[in-house]
Design a protein around this ligand. Structure first.
Ligand SMILES: [Cu+2]
Length: 125
């Protein structure tokens, strides 16, 4: 095998392993919720932060679901409850943070660095 060919094989292996591991990492986020003896996998909702805005700025989730924010911008952002009761703190590019949806939790939020970035989710039974 030539050196150039070896390099190509190594690059492909790196990409394949990277893809596999990123799926494992994301899949392990969702918690299992016990509801009256019926155990089910709660849903996971990913909100991308891109171009200085929250995608899915109006989202409906069920109690126990996981909401994940991922920053796709170069600049840092936060997802911060309007009343500051929860806060992702500064998320750099490609960093993520999550919370478990609960009724009664503040559902309107903004970015502390860009207060014009606002969004909301609604928690149903
Ligand atoms: Cu921001």
């Amino acid at each position: 095998m030539t050196l150039a060919r070896k390099k190509i094989v190594i690059i492909y292996m790196t990409i394949i392993f990277g893809v596999i591991f990123s799926y494992i990492a994301v899949d392990s986020i969702g918690p299992s919720v016990d509801s009256g003896g019926l155990s089910f996998q709660a849903e996971r909702h990913v909100i991308e932060i891109e171009n200085l805005s929250f995608k899915d700025s109006v989202l409906t989730v069920q109690e126990g679901d996981t909401i994940v924010w991922v920053n796709k911008d170069f600049v840092p952002h936060t997802a911060t409850a309007d009343d500051d009761s929860w806060d992702s703190e500064s998320l750099n590019e490609n960093k993520s943070w999550y919370l478990i949806a609960e009724k009664g939790k503040t559902d309107s939020y903004y970015c502390r660095f860009h207060p014009n970035m606002v969004a909301k989710f609604t928690v149903t039974d």
